[in-house]
Design a protein around this ligand. Structure first.
Ligand code: ADP
Ligand code: MG
Length: 264
């Protein structure tokens, strides 16, 4: 059997407080196979983003990993140097955030931001990187990509900015993308379009995705398997269809009850 692409084992994250430490991620274990989408679902504050940041070793103090291991492509990420980790972030594992306006550089043309991602990882420079940027904007279905590549983020709609974020995330053709509430900030129609795009790109690029959301409806549409997080711990995980049909945990049932339009 091929080992999983991502193998998170007993991950624990604490935030040191003035009096006590708060355990934000509590003994969390899950795997993602190549090309697979795992949904990580839970209410706000349950520890989803902290899990993502811990995997990428982007936690800021007072947060710190207090236990567990994270294997990616057979390598123990928690044992790598910061330099080795930088070579992985963006190139092998990329991150799509909820809010593209804060993640994009407001004073840099979007094409240059895509080109920069390629340059940093030594994949392309100059005119070649600019051409790649146009291709990537086309890949995320931005119309008039040759012109849009020279736009600044504020000249784009929210949905287009999120497409640019996705283009940056895909620039180095990473095997794994972590998408943290990628559509939460968008209105419903645009949200559906961006999800559709992600679904297409996933198949086209054979991407594995860790899809983080508070919305079980998004999971039902996008994920192969789901892990349900509650107060820092995983309460259950399994194939999406199975958990939709027969949720084992009361908390999962309450998340399912909150899907607009009922269970799919
Ligand atoms: P979500 O599931 O909404 O993404 P987070 O992973 O962002 O939740 O946060 C999980 C918990 O971690 C929060 O409820 C909070 O208690 C704690 N936490 C997150 N960031 C910090 C921080 N910078 N300082 C202290 N505690 C934090
Ligand atoms: Mg979050």
């Amino acid at each position: 059997m091929t080992p999983p692409l991502l193998d998170v084992q007993h991950l624990t994250v604490v935030f040191e407080g003035p009096r006590a430490a708060l355990t934000a991620v509590d003994d969390v274990s899950f795997q993602i196979a190549q090309g697979e989408t795992l949904g990580l679902v839970g209410e706000s504050g349950s520890g989803k983003s902290v899990t993502a940041f811990a995997i990428l070793r982007l936690l800021q103090p007072p947060g710190r990993i207090n236990g567990g291991r994270v294997f990616f492509d057979g390598r123990d990420l928690l044992a790598l140097s910061e330099r080795e980790m930088r070579a992985i972030r963006g190139a092998r594992i990329s991150l799509i955030f909820q809010e593209p306006m804060t993640a994009l550089n407001p004073v840099m043309r979007v094409g240059d931001q895509i080109a920069e991602a390629l340059r940093v990882h030594g994949l392309a420079t100059g005119a070649e990187a600019q051409n790649r940027a146009v291709e990537l904007l086309r890949a995320v279905r931005i119309a008039d990509a040759e012109r849009r590549v020279r736009d600044y983020p504020h000249q784009l709609s929210g949905g287009m900015r999120q497409r640019v974020m996705i283009a940056i995330a895909l620039a180095c053709q990473p095997p794994l993308v972590i998408a943290d509430e990628p559509t939460t900030a968008l209105d419903v129609t645009i949200q559906a379009q961006v999800l559709e795009l992600l679904r297409e790109l996933k198949a086209q690029y054979r991407l594995a995705v860790l899809l983080i959301t508070h919305d079980f409806g998004v999971i039902a549409e996008m994920a192969d398997r789901v892990a349900v997080m509650y107060k820092g711990a995983l309460v259950e995980q399994g194939p999406v269809r199975q958990i939709l049909r027969a949720p084992a945990h009361d908390y999962t049932r309450s998340l399912l009850a909150a899907i607009p339009g009922g269970r799919r």
